[in-house]
Design a protein. Structure first.
Length: 99
């Protein structure tokens, strides 16, 4: 399984940027999203930034990744999905039947 992970631009460049997540630092291609200012959050897949993220989306992805790690370790993870616990799943608007 391949996952994209949110990373923060630490040092920008025209084609690559130094990005970090936790204690990890790596050179990331910025060719798909263009040069980004330090502090910008990007979704990184195979050392390539594929999309610029806003803070809310980056945090949601981080919680999902934490939840996945917790589930794999047999630890509690409901607190990471508080917005989903206790409610029925909802289809995105574009998949719903017109009323």
């Amino acid at each position: 399984m391949c996952l994209g992970v949110p990373m923060t631009v630490l040092d920008d460049g025209p084609f690559t940027a130094l990005c970090g997540r936790g204690g990890e630092r790596r050179a990331v291609s910025m060719l798909l999203v263009g040069a980004q200012a330090p502090g910008t959050r990007v979704l990184v897949h195979v050392d390539t930034a594929v999309r610029v993220l806003d803070a809310e989306e980056a945090d949601a992805i981080e919680r999902a990744l934490e939840g996945l790690a917790a589930a794999m370790d047999g630890a509690a993870f409901d607190h990471l999905f508080a917005d989903l616990v206790g409610r029925e799943p909802q289809l995105p608007e574009h998949l719903r039947k017109p009323s």
